[in-house]
Design a protein around this ligand. Sequence first.
Ligand code: IMP
Length: 525
Amino acid sequence: MKVIKNQTDYHKLQSERFLYPQNFVEQSYNNVYKKNTFELGLPKKTFPKRLASRIHTLAIVGIALGDEGKGRLVDNAIETFLENKEITSVAVIRFQGGNNAGHSVEKGKIKLALHLIPSGVLHKKALNIIDRGVVVHPEDLQTEIEYVEEHTGDIKKRLYLSEDAILCTDLERAEEVLNRSKTNSAKGGTGRGIGPSYAHHYDKLGLKLYDLFSDDWEEKLSTYYDWYENLFASFNLKLEEIDVPDYKKTLKTGKSESRTVGNKNTFLTRLKKTRAWIQKKNILINTFTLHKNLYEKENQAVLFEGAQAAGLDAWLGTLPDVTASNTSVFGVRDGTGFWKIDDIERMCGVFKIPYTSSVGSRKMPTHIDIPSDLTQNQNLTNEQKWGIWVRESAHEYGTTTGRPRDITHLDLAMLTYNARMSGVTQLIGTHLDTSLETDQIKVCTHYIDKKGAYLPYQPGIRHLTNAIPQYITLPGWNGIRCRNGKKKNDLPKNAQKFLAFIQEQTGYPIVAVTTGPDRKHIIYF
Ligand code: IMP
């Protein structure tokens, strides 16, 4: 990487890579693969230190298409923070999304699939906060807390819930079903009511958790039900008969289960039960005061845990598979109502190193077309075989649904755009172990149009339909060998070079990589 003398140089370098990636491919390749002149991680001495108003703060967000492995990185970050004797505890804050997210966290023999509860829940010294920018379905939250408690004991004093969080009920979930069946445009949701809940946050029709816990909650929720009943009636549909996801049953059977919304009485009775349960738990708070205390006590680390990713961001993702929230570091402001990005010391964007996985119906230009039925004897291309191998070895199946994820080639044009727009200053790569020494890994560096002219990456299939990815093929490495590594020089040379090429081409330093599923499989550069 070019010697950077000051902050301006650094921003210039990143902007050049963003604006003209096509001009740097040869240079990046030569620097790394021919001249061997590269330095992994933050360039020593010359890297401008980010001046933030609060030390021991870190944001982790996804910069690909989701499922990058953010949950386990949060877990790793908590451990690292706690190794510092000055730090007594870590606050882990979820600031956007809802239980549309899914990630597994592990500690010893305990392995939990979490959706809404922050990833710090397995740590005794972590304080977990579901903040005001999050969509909360109270019954699902109760189910998830009960599930966590079965494995870890009482979550008391380990989990707090903002009373300003956005309330989601079976009504918004039914609305998602309606939108999907009655229009052509409302595709691509997880069915958890996330889109309609955020939509009603903006159109001011929706409710907050404090509405459910107010004295007149029954009246408010009853009126809300009536409104939905009328909406469904206008489509000649009966609200009470609409099927919505049943997470409690799904947890028991391991299959996607559903239940009907039920009549108003059923709807209110379910909520009443959960309301009483949450009240008894004593987790509902005004998070502003908590943030104020956190800000002032510098012996407590603060970690912002992003859900989904830049490629799924409401504004910067690619339709139809976008979620309804701001998935970037900038979402921290709205989602906490307290922190701004100038407060945060380190802002990391997470991506999968040798490939990208994708969920939903959109096909990115770098998509690998894997046949859905693999039992048939078919002539698969090398690319398809590689995609299948990646899917199996990295277990690319949905945490909740078990559905196989799509596999795409690593797209550095998208990654550079997403890193820039997410506000991150450094990258963390996962899945360095998903490679074989014999692999020839195709990496998209930029796009051209049909006439051969450079085409910048922009979110939206409209811009990408005619985009022809330009690939460079880079040699693979022994992925399993990476798992024994403790420091960057332990990694196979080709793995180091691959990472250095990403750094050169995107202009962002890679500060850590994961090399396997366990907590110990991580190397900090
Ligand atoms: P929604 O967030 O439920 O509205 O779903 C919108 C789109 O985002 C769908 O295509 C989902 O598959 C996708 N999505 C939401 N959360 C995740 C995630 O955590 N990983 C991957 N895709 C997600």
